[in-house]
Design a protein around this ligand. Structure first.
Ligand SMILES: [Zn+2]
Length: 255
């Protein structure tokens, strides 16, 4: 295990050094082409490492680094969701009625910056809620509800906000923490769908129509925002929205 762990550490370092923008490999995103030469080089390095050490790894060309399969890791290690905490400040936020009385799906975000803890993100959100706020933040240890599900939030732009519940994942720095944090995000997304009698459907691959949508797909199909999360951050860990959607479905089917 230690060897495998060290391999992952070296792969993380390789990715940090060579590929700050992994989303450039995503065929859905046509900008940032300038990174492609660097990407090819990094892919070769990783392929060499993997051929030597992990011949059975999935060769998904949409990801740069072959970490263990995140969803399998979560399921095989029986990783449960973390405790759900309601912030005492959640009723101090604007009370914005949804367009159709309640939410019709869940927008999936990542915070977009390194080096802030969940608590720091949450405190910052209450300080700056007049510009943006979301329903929940999750990390590897906590599901922190920041706004009541009965009202919409300002997380993804005017076109989308009045229809969606919205969840941010805080950045992680180890594979295990990443797996636990997206597991919390997927579990909460599944729970919120179930609460409203909605079933999981993947909007990113269906022109923005569906109950699970990334902020990036909001940008592509709904507009009103320039953000591209969670593509690059998930990609750093060999993860993508399709796999996230499958994890949401897994939790949904086990509730
Ligand atoms: Zn976002």
């Amino acid at each position: 295990m230690l060897k495998i762990f060290l391999l992952f550490v070296s792969l993380i370092l390789t990715s940090v050094i060579f590929a700050p923008a992994t989303y450039a490999t995503n065929p859905l995103i046509n900008f940032n082409e300038s990174h492609s030469a660097v990407m090819t080089q990094t892919t070769k390095i990783n392929d060499t490492l993997l051929n030597a050490n992990q011949p059975s790894q999935n060769k998904d060309t949409s990801t740069l680094i072959n970490y263990p399969d995140v969803n399998q890791y979560i399921i095989q290690n029986n990783i449960n969701h973390s405790n759900v905490i309601k912030d005492s400040r959640m009723n101090t936020l604007p009370k914005l009625p949804y367009k159709y009385g309640t939410y019709k799906g869940v927008v999936i975000h990542e915070v977009g910056e390194d080096n802030r803890t969940l608590q720091q993100w949450v405190d910052r959100m209450y300080d700056t809620y007049n510009t943006a706020f979301v329903h929940a933040f999750v990390d590897n240890k906590e599901i922190h509800l920041t706004a009541p599900s009965e009202y919409y939030v300002w997380g993804a732009g005017k076109a989308t906000n009045p229809y969606f519940y919205q969840i941010e994942v805080v950045r992680a720095y180890t594979f295990d923490d990443f797996a636990r944090s997206v597991n919390n995000q997927a579990w909460l997304a599944a729970y919120m769908l179930k609460q409203n009698g909605l079933t999981p459907s993947f909007a990113d691959k269906n022109k923005g129509i569906g109950t699970i949508i990334s902020h990036n797909a909001v940008r592509q199909y709904w507009g009103g925002t320039t953000h591209v999360d969670t593509i690059a951050y998930y990609g750093k860990w060999g993860y993508d929205m399709q796999q996230f959607f499958e994890l949401v479905t897994y939790h949904y089917n086990h509730m």
